[in-house]
Design a protein around this ligand. Structure first.
Ligand code: SAH
Ligand code: AVI
Length: 344
């Protein structure tokens, strides 16, 4: 596969050490030694020293970020989680009957609440293996514990990794695999990384495996902007929390209180862009003083893109990754795609 300038895009990301063992029920493995955040510092510094300062949204989710995200899912204008949940509720029996999964692999697990609908619909005497995959160790550990407790006898295990880099390091599936990617998180990925991600997801599939993907849909800009600008300021708090995380990760001195939240619709690129806007001039030291950067008043740090798709866009991107759209469920706000590998 080639990128925008014709350069080769490695399908499996950087070469890394595979998990030493396949794990066992209840285990949490690191996809790479030291965890996915171990080598993150150079990338973060690169983002913060670029002309348009940037922080990747993959770093939003420490325990505070995850609990703020849970509060976001309850906000009146944040329809995504409610829509997706209702769509899953409506379709889960058919999907489970059709796929009869022997493993449910959940990418970007988060609170692992929605996955319960899938596990509830499975035969309780022949539960599939549940594998939680997330960059946040806390999310994976909690998912393995809570799912393990809620479904006695289940083989619940976890892998801490980056789904943009480490999918090839996942342990083998015991059989038919249902890969689930909820939350509209695919919307975080720019078009080229999204292609690479889907190509990597495709490598996880045998002919009887399936991909269940939640995608947020393009709609009236005012509805989208309202979803990311709540009156309570929870999303602003979620946005600013990334600076606390970066302070810890790269030993920096950002003052989150000196930044204002902004989420605006970019029609040309069909995405909400989330930024932090500096209210005052700040001198920031990274690596406890190794590198100094200045943030001017009004300057922004771009923290997240949330691409909004159409059904045909979703179908096109799946087909490009050699998958076929088998079913599409929608309430016109959000879409739930069930995809199969080509030729199956
Ligand atoms: N699926 C859940 C959570 C969505 S929040 C839901 O629908 O409610 C997004 C989740 O994806 C977070 O738990 C975050 O830690 C995880 N995540 C974001 N970027 C990631 C990456 N690059 N690799 C692995 N996990 C990632
Ligand atoms: C990426 N996903 C989990 C959320 C979304 O809306 O697509 C992230 C989010 N960002 C701000 N609020 C919620």
């Amino acid at each position: 596969m080639t990128g925008p300038e014709g350069q080769l895009i490695p399908l499996n990301g950087p070469v890394a050490v595979p998990p030493k063992d396949e794990g066992k029920p209840g285990s949490v493995l690191d996809a790479v030694e030291g965890g996915p955040l171990a080598g993150a510092v150079p990338g973060i510094v690169q983002g913060l020293t670029a002309k348009q300062k940037k922080i990747s949204p993959r770093y939003f989710y420490d325990s505070m970020g995850s609990s703020l995200f849970e509060r976001i899912t309850q906000l009146p204008d944040y329809y995504l989680a409610r829509s997706e949940n209702a769509l899953v509720e409506r379709t889960v029996d058919t999907i489970v009957r059709q796929v009869a999964p022997q493993e449910v692999l959940e990418l970007g697990t988060g609170s692992s609440k929605k996955i319960r609908q899938i596990l509830d619909a499975c035969s309780q005497t022949e539960l599939p293996r549940y594998t939680a995959f997330d960059i946040d160790r806390g999310a994976v550990t909690t998912a393995v514990e809570t799912i393990g407790q809620a479904y006695p006898g289940i083989d619940a295990r976890g892998v801490v990794g980056d789904f943009e880099k480490h999918l090839s390091l996942l342990p083998q599936s015991p059989g038919r695999r249902l890969v689930v990617f909820f939350g509209g998180t695919i919307g975080n990925l720019d078009p080229w990384p999204r292609r690479r991600f889907l190509a990597n997801v495709r490598t996880l599939f045998g002919p009887r495996d399936r991909f269940l993907l939640g995608v947020d849909l393009k709609k009236e800009p005012h509805v989208l902007e309202a979803a990311y600008n709540d009156a309570e300021g929870i999303i602003a708090e979620f946005n600013r929390n990334i600076l606390k995380i970066v302070n810890r990760m790269v030993d920096a001195n950002f003052d989150p209180g000196a930044f204002r939240h902004q989420a605006i619709w970019n029609e040309d690129d069909a995405r909400i862009e989330m930024h932090l806007i500096a209210e005052t001039r700040q001198e920031i030291f990274l690596g406890a003083g190794d590198i100094a950067i200045t943030v001017e008043p009004g300057e922004t740090i771009w923290t997240e893109s949330l691409y909004k798709l159409t059904r045909s866009g979703a179908q096109g991107m799946l087909e490009e990754a050699k998958m076929r759209l088998d079913a599409w469920h929608t309430d016109s706000m959000f879409g739930l795609a069930l995809a199969a590998p080509d030729g199956s």
